[in-house]
Design a protein. Structure first.
Length: 76
């Protein structure tokens, strides 16, 4: 895992820590922040960035949501 990926993961962890008591509004499982963290743990920086941005853009009131793992991940 690259140094930039580790920095991004720490930022995501801080975001999740500070928003842990907010009402959950993500329509997907795993949540968008969990998805982004998993992407940065398992993929290179640019691919993880694209996956994360695409996921955040799809998470909106018009989206059906549901189970959406990162590509290459087996269903639970």
């Amino acid at each position: 895992m690259s140094k930039i990926n580790k920095i991004i993961i720490k930022i995501i962890d801080k975001y999740r820590f500070h928003t842990r008591y907010k009402q959950k509004t993500c329509r997907y499982h795993p949540t968008c922040s969990e998805y982004a963290k998993e992407a940065f743990e398992n993929k290179n920086f640019f691919y993880a960035l694209v996956l994360s941005i695409w996921r955040i853009l799809r998470c909106n009131p018009f989206s059906k949501g549901g189970y959406d793992p990162i590509p290459g991940k087996h269903k639970e």
